[in-house]
Design a protein around this ligand. Structure first.
Ligand SMILES: [Ca+2]
Ligand SMILES: [Ca+2]
Length: 179
């Protein structure tokens, strides 16, 4: 592998091969990919070609607006982007996550839900991750009183009962999609 200088060189421009791969996998046009790349480069101020969680949450908060309730689920959104679970988002992950939203089939929706829930990045969804997401999720679009009337643990318990597994177990993606 090259030194830092050559890595920087490489990340400075998007190569045709990368564009071709991303186009094939994302349903985005070359122009859209280029626009995302420009956006990504701006966020990646250190020029490492990766965004860490802190940088991502800052970016996400800027887009959503800091008083927006969606900021509550920023951790979950980060988990969707970081598909290889290494704690950073590279440009391919950035593009492909943008593309997930464009897919409409039911399996993609389930895959998206699974990714949203798996904040620990171990490719498994635990009872606590579901309960935690429900707790944040029910605050979205509900008044405080309405949200207080809902018990996130109860919902998580219901979901686990639906899958017919014990609370101590974690669900893998296949179980989640098949269930
Ligand atoms: Ca990653
Ligand atoms: Ca997990």
């Amino acid at each position: 592998m090259g030194d830092d200088a050559s890595k920087k060189q490489k990340s400075a421009a998007l190569r045709d091969a990368e564009i071709a791969v991303l186009k094939a996998n994302s349903n985005l046009s070359e122009k859209e990919i280029q626009e995302l790349y420009d956006e990504f480069k701006e966020l990646d101020a250190s020029g490492t070609g990766r965004m860490n969680k802190e940088q991502f949450i800052k970016f996400y908060t800027q887009i959503a607006g800091s008083d927006n309730e969606l900021v509550l689920v920023a951790d979950n959104v980060f988990a969707v982007f970081d598909t290889n679970h290494d704690g950073t988002i590279d440009f391919s992950e950035f593009v492909l996550a943008e593309a997930i939203g464009n897919k409409k089939d039911p399996d993609s929706a389930l895959e998206l839900s699974f990714a949203l829930l798996d904040t620990s990045g171990d490719a498994l969804v635990s009872y606590d991750e579901i309960a935690d997401f429900m707790e944040k999720g029910i605050k979205l679009g509900l008044t405080k009183e309405e949200a207080a009337a809902i018990d996130p643990k109860e919902i998580a318990t219901g979901i686990y009962a639906m899958f017919g597994v014990d609370k101590a177990q974690k669900l893998n993606k296949q179980q989640f999609i098949d269930g």
